[in-house]
Design a protein around this ligand. Sequence first.
Ligand code: ADP
Length: 479
Amino acid sequence: MSDPHLNLINGAWVPGDHLSENRNPSDLADLIGLYAAGTAGDVTAAAGAAAAAQPGWFAAGPQARADLLDRIATRIEADATDIATKLAREEGKILPEALAETRRAAQIFRFFAGEALRMSGEALASVRPGVDIEVTREPVGVVGLITPWNFPAAIPAWKIAPALAYGNSVVLKPAELVPGTAHMLARIIHEAGCPAGVFNLVMGPGSVVGRAMVEAPQIGAISFTGSVPTGRAIARAAAERMKKVQLEMGGKNPMVVLDDADLPTAVAACLNGAFFSTGQRCTASSRLIVQSGIHDAFVAELTRQMMALRVGPALAPDSQIGPVVSVQQLAGNLSYVDLARAEGCEVVGGERLDLPTEGHFQRPALFLNARNDMRVAREEIFGPCAAVIRVADFDEALVVVNDSDFGLSAGICTTSLRHAREFRRQARTGMVMVNLPTAGVDYHVPFGGTKGSSLGPREQGRHAAEFYTTVKTSYSFAG
Ligand code: ADP
């Protein structure tokens, strides 16, 4: 094990209050490293440094910003295997998924390198003769980025890259369970030549570091991805201080399978959407809404393929499903398996697995004969568990889809153009998938949801400018 991993504040590596252990959920005997846990004082120092550095960073111009982001992308690509191995070791997703996520992080930096050069505005004539109007975008200033554990490379990347591209400075706080990947990204950003103070990393607990970020007067905007209760607390605290917020929270994503679906396509989409990445995706399919005519054949085939999935350590070459991220998350998943039985479902799989290494392994689970008013169909579990709800027809399916507190991603498997079209229009979610898993999104287009899933402007693609910039309208009279 190497030296302790420190926070990056104003271009220097600094210790926090204490060191925190990072352990491998595939093998608890594997201590990945010791990571600094920062304090509120560290946040104050980071936010102060970021505020001092931001005007110079914006003034450096779009070429300097594009070049930095491009160098970061190149370095992530070059180090992809090392980063992905650390990611798989600390988060538990299997290595191929970790590699894909790492490469996506590089692609995001490359995309926003281009966007730095495309930052644009509008010129309009005034209603008053001789007056010109310019509408321009300016950076927000210092942005605070608070990220979750399930995508330790991609989510920090899709917040850091637009923040820097549009001329903001950054304080990043990664989730406590996955400081390793964030630390590798911070080192790359630092070594790629990011000016001191423009990017700061403060690791540590949400209740200390995250809270201090929301309270720091220099931080003008907070982008958060995580749970609904934390999102709500952040929104409340930010409103008190008139801060801009962007919140990405949970999902209870429906996947409809109609009688006219192609069965192999539907099973493949549901297997992927519900169970890959151990179901630990906010876009995971957790409500499989299946029409009566195809129900039994679909359940039989999905069950067969689900039970054949190989659950194992993230770095083992034959693993298809890695461990659950933590002991608390595993206990939560298992309690939902019990709840499904108590609510009257027939449960297939879902049991804890003992493997040669001590880790948080769980067999994926289907909750059959579920109803949409059960807690297992309404609450986000964030594990490899999906409820199967039988419906009579398309209209009933649509009612069930929209009867949710969440509205992130909705999918349908059908060969009917009419139903696909109607579904795309009627699903009250931010994203709709036809004959595709609810999870699995492109990096160059907007990501986000409706209702309890998201608050504030969309993330990713050109829409990211809505959050990371503010609009200025200037009037000039030449005389
Ligand atoms: P999860 O259940 O996915 O871990 P959380 O919402 O608890 O979701 O965590 C998401 C991120 O929010 C993490 O980085 C966590 O440390 C941070 N966080 C937790 N509590 C707070 C808080 N009160 N203020 C700000 N950030 C917080």
